[in-house]
Design a protein around this ligand. Structure first.
Ligand SMILES: [Zn+2]
Ligand SMILES: [Zn+2]
Length: 258
């Protein structure tokens, strides 16, 4: 009992000093929303203001069991969306933390093109425990690779940093199994068939790690049409993987799809 009392006093004390430190730090370095720049008081949702946070759409059930598209109008879990019914992808399942929006896009842009790694703490908050209990646990976690020239330019691979925050307790499973052999035109500048052609034969499994019979998780920042992760999944299945699942931060969803 005595121990518990002392312990809880210490804990409260620590909490109080943390709050003080936070207050002092807020006075010295006022916190601003990483999306709109407004001053914010609380970081319970990450560095984002209440208004921007309220616009985020987290993807939950009911959703397409394959690509993870969330059904708002039709309801009913378990049925595939029209896109996945038309042509089944190579990956077994894709899940995103949230729908792509202006607010998420601003943070992703700061991260990828501005090298602002402070947004990772906000992403970690949003992705917290989202994928850690999801489905079969992987043998390996694979970040979608960038071409070495692009890494040199940017200084980091955003997919690798996201893999670490999506699966914090399984970081040791992260392996660079895929290589990008060509420095392709960014997918965002292309559409439809051109996206697929642009990526044809641009990924290969690097030698050294056997993926035969393995469950693999692929990680990327944005799921737009799924072309990039599908191309990666194809190469991994051809190398003998038993299944490939995809995890991204944001999924681009057209207005009429949700
Ligand atoms: Zn804001
Ligand atoms: Zn689908």
């Amino acid at each position: 009992m005595k121990y518990r009392q002392i312990y809880s006093t210490n804990k409260n004390g620590a909490r109080r000093s943390r709050r003080w430190l936070q207050t002092i730090s807020n006075l010295l370095f006022p916190l601003r929303c990483q999306s709109c720049g407004l001053l914010i008081e609380s970081i319970k949702n990450g560095l984002i203001c209440e208004s921007c946070f309220s616009k985020l759409v987290f993807l939950t059930k009911p959703q397409c069991p394959v690509c993870g598209l969330m059904f708002l109008k039709t309801g009913g879990d378990g049925h595939r969306c029209a896109g996945c019914r038309g042509k089944a992808p190579f990956f077994s399942k894709a899940r995103s933390v949230m729908r792509y929006s202006k607010e998420v896009g601003t943070l992703i842009h700061k991260f990828k093109f501005g090298g602002d790694l402070s947004v990772l703490a906000t992403f970690a908050k949003w992705a917290e425990k989202k994928f850690s209990q999801d489905g079969d646990r992987p043998d390996y976690i694979i970040p979608v690779p960038l071409h070495p020239d692009r890494i040199k330019e940017r200084g980091f691979n955003q997919a690798l940093l996201l893999a670490k925050i999506f699966f914090p307790t399984e970081k040791y499973k992260i392996k660079h199994i895929l290589k990008r052999t060509e420095n392709t035109t960014p997918q965002t500048k292309l559409d439809g068939e051109k996206r697929r052609k642009n990526l044809k034969n641009c990924f290969m499994v690097s030698s050294g790690i056997d993926v035969k019979g393995k469950v693999l998780y692929l990680v990327d920042d944005v799921y737009t049409t799924g072309t990039t992760v599908n191309e990666c999944a194809k190469v991994l299945l051809q190398a003998g993987a038993s299944r490939v699942e995809v995890f991204t931060l944001a999924m681009v969803v057209k207005e009429n799809e949700i």
